[in-house]
Design a binder for this molecule. Sequence first.
Ligand code: FPP
Length: 223
Amino acid sequence: MNKLNHLAIIMDGNGRWAKKRGFLRTNGHEAGANVVSDMCEFCIDNGVKILSLYAFSTENWKRPQKEVDFLMNLLKKFLLLKRDDFIKNGIKFNTIGDISPFSDELKNEIEITKDATRENTNLLLNLAINYGSKDEIIRAVKKLNLKGCEINEANLNAALDESEPVDLLIRTGGESRLSNFMLWQASYAELFFTPTLWPDFGKNELASIVAKFKDIERRFGGV
Ligand code: FPP
């Protein structure tokens, strides 16, 4: 049975979920944010130690300004609302991606949440915001260059925002692509694509995917 240490999820389908119901796309994002707590709970109950969620990509700035503003505001509200839950449930909150372009207000909430949860060990929750693998790798190479370190696999891996390999990567919403998410870390991840739109995704479907993952023979290039 495979051990699931690091689960990564591309949370896709919020806009379509909302459209199907005659709502605004932004209502879909709100509904999507509500699913996160269940995912954290599942991870804690099932011994998953890292959960990485793709919330805003380096490419998502291309969306209409109103939607970008809404997502920034939703992130801030999410942190304010969930901080106590993170503390209570032993969740260490972290971000991956370059947060430098965000507002001071949002950066402040991020820092407060990171500080308040720094010592927690039940689950590491990585929220990928302004995240793209290509950007992450370029930033890592620049860090190594600046320090005069050799560019090799171990050094580059350690310089990434997240160094632990992804075991299982799930994308909701019916598309079968990685969209610049954890390309390095997912080198040997098992990939699952489900048509379920993210706001409809729940613990039951996650449990059935995880059960399938556990039975796969992972060879990591060996025989
Ligand atoms: C993809 O749906 C979703 C995003 C680009 C944003 C993900 C954001 C959330 C789940 C909510 C925010 C999360 C937190 C934790 C605050 P889409 O808009 O691409 O949907 P579509 O493919 O149906 O258009």
